[in-house]
Design a protein around this ligand. Structure first.
Ligand SMILES: NC(=O)c1ccc[n+]([C@@H]2O[C@H](COP(=O)([O-])OP(=O)(O)OC[C@H]3O[C@@H](n4cnc5c(N)ncnc54)[C@H](OP(=O)(O)O)[C@@H]3O)[C@@H](O)[C@H]2O)c1
Length: 345
């Protein structure tokens, strides 16, 4: 397959390239960049040194998409919307967008979190690529919107309890590493501001709540269902740690072992999800496409907690996007994604 990464110079682009250059079904990888055109990939992404001596292309997105089997876009928010019509018209076999631009089908939800959509007619061409949940239903998709990193962790925790009767909307407390904010340094992502610090942001309105709510409402069969994401910046580079807390309806009557069993059965055939008997640790997933979960109910059977950890740049971005591509093309879902992360890290 011939694959292009548009916006290959960012953090997500770099991890996409690392995985695609080792993917068994990918023969040719081209990366474009406005800022790095002509430079070697490895001069921007040193982790690619042993994998490629290619250079960034400065082709515009339409030329970069024409004749390609799969095109990934890893651009800043809004940029995908601006160019997507032309990219789709160029006729690549498949488009996978890593930004938030095409994740939400409900126009009002999108507008609440991102403002009015600049290309609303294109939104319904995209399938939401929450690969571990959607699975084989992605088969044949030609346009995929890959979920956000916080959104993936939150939704995996929500999905495993989606069938339980709840007394109140669940709350997800989540902490992200600094790479979640992309390559350009900002006052809140700069090392001195993050290295020995922990702080909340996006209170009551984090943008990823839009895509989380859209899926949660579908799973619950309730267009008014709610869930709250509480986002925090943590003093580490990679990963997301999410803890969901929910009050169970009295009718649930599930004991601690019952919740763990329910969650295990939910993920039984999903190759990148594992349920642990104890709370998972971030370093156990960093560098891999694995997501670890743990679920427990309180002794009085009225509360449940689910923890989920994942690597924001792999399971929360490039890895999940490739998993979605594999599923859409009918390849082995695991192709190119089984490498474990380093340990210790
Ligand atoms: N970071 C995450 O954990 C994560 C997870 C899931 C989804 N996403 C989404 O994926 C998209 C890309 O995210 P990202 O974290 O990769 O953003 P990023 O690092 O800011 O990169 C995005 C683009 O910005 C340009 N850029 C900005 N600063 C640069 C620098 N110092 N060196 C080289 N290029 C630079 C590059 O494009 P040009 O060279 O063409 O200017 C690059 O492709 C976003 O829409 C984001 O919301 C991110």
């Amino acid at each position: 397959m011939k694959v292009t990464v548009i916006g290959g110079a960012g953090y997500v682009g770099g991890e996409l390239l690392r995985l695609l250059l080792q993917h068994p079904a990918v023969d040719e990888v081209v990366a474009t960049s406005r800022s790095q055109a002509g430079r070697e990939l490895a001069s921007v992404h040193p982790q690619l040194t042993l994998l490629s001596d290619a250079r960034f292309s400065g082709d515009d997105p339409v030329d970069a998409a024409r004749g390609r089997d799969v095109v990934f876009l890893a651009l800043e928010h809004g940029e995908s919307t601006r160019i997507m019509g032309d990219v789709l018209d160029a006729g690549p076999g498949m488009v996978v967008d890593l930004a938030a631009d095409f994740r939400i089908h409900d126009g009002r939800l999108h507008e609440r979190h991102y403002g009015p959509h600049a290309a609303p007619a294109l939104v319904h061409r995209f399938r939401y690529g929450l690969a571990d949940v959607v699975g084989d239903e992605l088969r044949g998709a030609r346009a995929i919107a890959a979920p956000g990193c916080f959104a993936t962790a939150a939704q995996l925790a929500l999905w495993v309890i989606a069938d339980l009767p709840l007394a109140a909307p669940p709350v997800i407390f989540a902490v992200t590493g600094s790479s979640g904010a992309g390559q350009a340094p900002k006052p809140t992502t700069h090392h001195p501001a993050r290295a020995h610090n922990l702080f909340a942001y996006g209170a009551m309105s984090h943008r990823h709540e839009g895509e989380i709510l859209e899926q949660w409402r579908t799973w619950r069969g309730d267009p008014a269902a709610r869930a709250r994401l509480m986002t925090h910046s943590g003093p580490f580079v990679r990963g997301i740690h999410a803890t969901l807390h929910a009050h169970l309806d009295a009718s649930a009557n599930v004991h601690a072992d019952g919740v763990a069993e329910l969650v295990r059965s939910r993920v039984a055939d999903r190759p990148f999800l594992r349920v642990l008997d104890a709370p998972p640790e971030l370093t156990h997933v960093v560098g891999s496409n694995l997501a670890l979960l743990h679920a427990v109910a309180s002794p009085d059977r009225r509360e449940v907690q689910v923890m989920c950890v994942l690597d924001n740049l792999i399971k929360g971005a490039g890895g999940q996007a490739i998993q979605a591509m594999n599923l859409a093309l009918g390849l082995d879902e695991r192709a190119g994604l089984l490498a474990p992360g380093p340990m210790p890290c």
